[in-house]
Design a protein around this ligand. Structure first.
Ligand code: GTP
Ligand code: MG
Length: 442
């Protein structure tokens, strides 16, 4: 959490910043310039803790920012007086009492200005801090670079319906999922891990139907590289374009797999030309997007494709800290008759262990069991591992973030807070707000 917020919160709770910082540490919140996804939840919990202890009214909400006066990073004492509506004499007196000796034209930094404003019981905020906080709100604590270790790449397979995404993954896994699927259509995002030259690659399959567009959009932001499957006999189609847009919006590099090369009507040159019309320039068109001709059906070109994926992944130098509480994204979730809520999650940082208290979107619980893509029970999942987890209270939404937290109590508190907020948002708005939207804008 930022120092600015610590100041404000300590003031609001009428405790010292030092006490608040040690309380925050109990909840694993570091005082840095970065925000965590859990931070807002934890702040509320701490607020309630103090407010109920002191018997103050709980009706106070986090309105502190709305009434706060915006200040730049540095401001002259004179301008500061104008902004907060106090006389130069009052302000100078306070400044001196704080041990700051400045002239009225001298600039003071935001931290000083903030401490000064608090002396007058006035809330201030850094101008532009709201945007910054919204941005940080979807991030997690920043890791120390020395704690980062290499992690396997996460690849999403995207493309138009029936262009062969699932078949391509099958060819890669040398299994046969297509035959087992109802109607041969992938119903949800599945995940699988394969090894190429001893190096792990995680693949996420994505559904083909229009109705799953939003899911696919999430797919792109989960991944390091997007494999764009285009059938050589069909060319660029509406969902090919969508996939291109998603990948571009997420800043994810694309590798094109021109599939169904075995078909008589296949025309890879036409595919390349159509791709160029949509801003994807492959190498033999003078661009830098790799394209690989393949036949998922015959298993041709697959080795070449995998080689390109490994190369592209190596260039990204993907890293994560494996030694912290696990966090990542829910890929899919469902209610299983005998096992209860089941969520497939991708661990993106830290490690997730059986027994960990966890919160995923508004659902919470304790990881009762973890099953990997091969159906095996595992005890621990490191970064870039997709696992099915059991033990959640409800079914979270695909795209929700999840975090392992320090205690069952905290998981419950956060989950229940989010649920209440979700309900409130649903009541107060006519348009439907997804949980994800909600958390991105807290
Ligand atoms: P959705 O999940 O519905 O979007 O489809 P998908 O993109 O996963 O396609 P899928 O792998 O289910 O393949 C669709 C059809 O194309 C199936 O009948 C496959 O057998 C066929 N197919 C896939 N790849 C190839 C290929 O390389 N050559 C030929 N001839 N047929 C292929
Ligand atoms: Mg499929």
């Amino acid at each position: 959490m930022s120092k600015t917020r610590v100041y404000q919160l300590a003031k609001e709770l009428d405790i010292s910043s030092k006490e608040l910082i040690s309380k925050l540490e109990e909840y694993d919140v570091e005082v840095t310039n970065h925000m965590s996804t859990l931070e807002d939840d934890i702040i509320e919990i701490i607020k309630e803790l103090y407010k109920s202890n002191e018997g103050k009214s709980e009706s106070m909400d986090s309105t502190e920012d709305e009434n706060a006066i915006g200040l730049p990073e540095s401001i002259s004492v004179k301008d500061f007086c104008d902004k907060i509506g106090k006389t130069v004499t009052d302000v100078m007196t306070k400044l001196v009492s704080m041990g700051v000796f400045a002239t009225i034209n001298q600039e003071i930094d935001f931290e000083t200005a903030e401490a000064l404003a608090l002396e007058f019981n006035i809330d201030v905020k850094l101008e532009g801090a709201e945007e910054e906080e919204a941005e940080y709100g979807i991030e997690d604590f920043e890791d120390d670079p020395k704690d980062l270790k290499d992690r396997p790449p996460v690849i999403t397979v995207m493309g138009h319906v029936d262009h062969g995404k699932t078949s391509l993954l099958d060819a890669i896994r040398e299994t046969n999922v297509t035959a087992r699927e109802a109607g041969g259509i992938t119903q949800h995002i599945g995940a699988s891990e394969v090894y190429v030259d001893g190096k792990k690659i995680v693949f996420l399959d994505t559904p083909g139907h229009e109705a799953f567009t939003s899911m696919r959009a999430r797919g792109a932001s989960l991944t390091d590289i997007a494999i764009l499957v285009v059938a050589a006999d069909d060319g660029v189609m509406p969902q090919t374009k969508e996939a291109i847009n998603h990948a571009k919006a997420a800043g994810v590099p694309i590798i094109v797999a021109i599939n169904k090369m075995d078909k008589p009507g296949s025309n890879p040159d036409r595919v390349k030309q159509e791709l160029s019309e949509h801003g994807v320039l492959v190498e033999d068109w003078g661009g830098d997007t790799i394209s690989v001709p393949v036949s998922a059906l015959k298993g041709e070109g697959i080795d070449n494709l995998l080689e390109m994926i490994v190369l592209a992944a190596e260039m990204q130098e993907l890293k994560a800290n494996p030694n912290r509480l696990g966090a990542g994204v829910v890929i899919e979730a469902k209610l299983d008759k005998s096992r209860g809520p089941v969520a497939t999650v991708l661990v993106q940082k830290g490690n997730l262990k059986v027994g960990d208290p966890i919160v995923a979107g508004a659902s919470f619980g304790r990881v009762r069991a973890m099953i990997n893509d091969k159906g095996k029970n595992i005890k621990k999942a490191n970064p870039s591992t997709a696992v099915e987890i059991l033990g959640l209270s409800d079914v979270p939404n695909a795209g929700d973030t999840f975090n392992a937290v320090k205690s069952d109590k905290l998981a419950r508190q956060i989950g229940e807070k989010r649920k209440a907020k979700f309900r409130e948002a649903n009541l107060n708005s006519t348009t439907k707000v997804s949980l994800e939207d909600l958390f991105m804008h807290i």
